[in-house]
Write a protein that binds this ligand. Structure first.
Ligand code: HEM
Length: 229
């Protein structure tokens, strides 16, 4: 077990774990979006999908444990790495500091900064999302006796939720458009021949996530009839 602690403590090890958990979470986003797209096929198709998902309890439990562990690891490593980068930058800044004390220290690179902000918005959205759909917190009365498709329709036609879900979907889109390319680079796809293609694929993936997920609250808000199952 010592090698594992050592690996996780090294910056290379942490980058690898971040990359693998990130790629796993991107895979989850594809599966989750595909499942949600069933709503466009119709209420019955979505309910069948939700029923199938819930009928295999062992599979669901394993998938949820893996999913939440991946989220926890990805977030914890992102926070510790950012803190370390900040401390290191502060140190090197002090070494080259001039007598002018009005000079502001740059926080991080713009990509790091974007990842931090979109990650925090995504986390805020996710907490809200789990409360809504897994725990049905605050929705007990309205969702009582409704089927899965109806529940989605009811939650997403709420204006506050529509706004939070659009914001969360766009934040996740921006986050993965950089995160996917970065993870591919970490696991070795950093050949000059492949990098431009990987970057384009990541951008397209980001757009699919942002537009795909936000389409549900947008349509629920502006075309509520589409969400009446
Ligand atoms: C905006 C459109 C979205 C809709 C309509 C939606 C819908 C749902 C629903 C209905 C569930 C409950 C599934 C069940 O029956 O157990 C769920 C769970 C979940 N969603 Fe979403 N979702 C959306 C976006 C997202 C996004 C952008 C993420 C980002 C990671 C996400 C992450 C999750 C997670 C982690 C769960 C819990 C999975 C589990 O524990 O089984 N969702 N979503």
């Amino acid at each position: 077990m010592n090698w594992l602690t050592g690996f996780l403590k090294s910056s290379v090890g942490r980058k690898f774990v971040m990359a693998f958990t990130g790629l796993f979470l991107c895979f989850f986003l594809v599966v989750h979006l595909a499942g949600n797209l069933m709503l466009y096929v119709g209420g019955e198709a979505y309910n069948n999908y939700a029923h199938k998902l819930h009928s295999n309890e062992e599979f669901l439990l394993i998938a949820e444990v893996l999913l939440f562990s991946a989220f926890a690891l990805n977030i914890a490593l992102a926070v510790t790495t950012t803190m370390e980068n900040l401390r290191a930058r502060k140190k090197s800044y002090k070494l080259v500091e001039t007598k002018r004390d009005d000079r502001a220290m740059p926080l991080t690179s713009s990509a790091d900064y974007t990842m931090m902000i979109t990650g925090m918005i995504g986390l805020f959205f996710l907490a809200w999302h789990i409360l809504d759909f897994k725990l049905e917190f605050g929705w007990e009365v309205l969702l009582e006796g409704q089927n899965s498709a109806q529940k989605v329709g009811i939650v997403l036609t709420n204006s506050t939720r529509a706004l939070i879900y659009i914001l969360g979907s766009v934040a996740f889109g921006i986050h993965v458009s950089h995160g996917l390319a970065s993870a591919c680079q970490t696991i070795g796809f950093n050949h000059p021949k492949y990098t431009p293609t990987v970057n384009i694929i990541s951008k397209i993936f980001g757009w699919i996530v942002a537009v795909g997920f936000s389409s549900f609250p947008i349509l629920a808000k502006f075309y509520p009839s589409l969400m009446t199952f």
